[in-house]
Design a binder for this molecule. Structure first.
Ligand SMILES: [Mn+2]
Length: 296
């Protein structure tokens, strides 16, 4: 962990067709992100958002991977921005946007590095154009990063420094059948909400950290729909039965304790559906825990 945190706004909604998560970066900044980071002793830098043309400026194109060329354009530049931040000795904190921005942040974070990935999400994001029920690329982000299926032919989206065995999904509760297959076939560690019920968050996160080993640290991808919608109502794709407020903090505190956090992203905050910005505020609190905020 470095002393500098570089905030990178990626206000996209391509991965899900227009819903409102493109306003996530503003909402997260408004929730006192910079002052929270400064209070933790970090030097926050915020050069602003990556420029992202409105989704209406693009044709969705193919139905089984909508807006893929626009996503390529944003994620290629985002990967460079994340790589530059790391080269400058800063910890990148990416603000989405829909979860397709993870393609850019993980590719950038894994450039010339060997990293693990912790995916905190209700969903697996492991569909491919052949298995997707919706055509929305935010549900394919992890498959793209790992080069699964057709994504073997999209090198811009593949993170060479990430092995499927070094990826852990935590708190999943809504998987499609193609995603279950991908988990089995590629040896991806996946921990469901039932695992958390049975064994507790501490033990599950310890196993996830064990799986998500990387010589150069871990990337933390936090989709706010990981939490129960009663805690995080302002998300793109809410699913009942998510982790609690305290489980979420506990998980990220353990990640901060155990792992070298190389890069972080906060995605799928949807201010249109939120209740007085509480989901964005929660995102900021959880980022603080992942960056080492302690009660004592
Ligand atoms: Mn997701």
């Amino acid at each position: 962990m470095t002393d500098t945190v570089r905030i990178v706004g990626a206000p996209t909604d391509y991965g899900a067709s227009r819903r409102g998560v493109d306003m996530g970066p503003s909402a997260i900044r408004y929730a006192d992100l910079e002052t929270t980071l400064a209070a933790l002793g970090f030097d926050p830098q915020d050069p602003g958002d990556r420029s992202v043309p409105a989704v209406e400026a693009h044709d969705p194109g193919r139905a089984d991977a909508k807006y893929l060329p626009a996503i390529e354009s944003v994620c290629t530049r985002l990967a460079d921005t994340v790589g530059d931040a790391l080269a400058a000795g800063a910890t990148p904190l990416v603000l989405g946007g829909d979860h397709s921005v993870a393609i850019g942040s993980v590719v950038g974070s894994a450039r010339d590095a060997d990293i693990g990935v912790l995916w905190f999400d209700a969903h697996g994001d492991l569909n491919t154009p052949a298995t997707t029920p919706s055509g929305n690329v935010h549900g394919m982000a992890l498959a793209a990063i790992l080069g699964l299926g057709e994504f073997a032919d999209t090198p811009w989206a593949n993170a060479a420094g990430v092995d499927p065995e070094n990826v852990a999904l935590v708190g999943v509760r809504d998987l499609d059948s193609g995603e279950r297959e991908a988990i089995r076939d590629h040896g991806i560690a996946a921990f469901s909400v039932s695992d958390i019920d049975d064994r507790g968050i501490t033990s599950v996160v310890a196993d996830a950290l064990d799986a998500a080993r990387g010589r150069d640290g871990v990337h933390v991808s936090l989709d706010l729909d990981w939490l129960d919608p009663t805690e995080a109502p302002g998300v793109g794709t809410p699913v009942r039965g998510g982790v609690t407020y305290r489980e979420a903090h506990s998980a990220l505190e353990r990640v901060a304790d155990a792992a070298a956090v190389r890069s972080i992203e906060l995605v799928e905050v949807n201010p249109i559906l939120d209740d007085h910005n509480r989901t964005a505020e929660l995102a900021v609190e959880l980022a603080a825990s992942a960056l080492g905020k302690r009660i004592l």
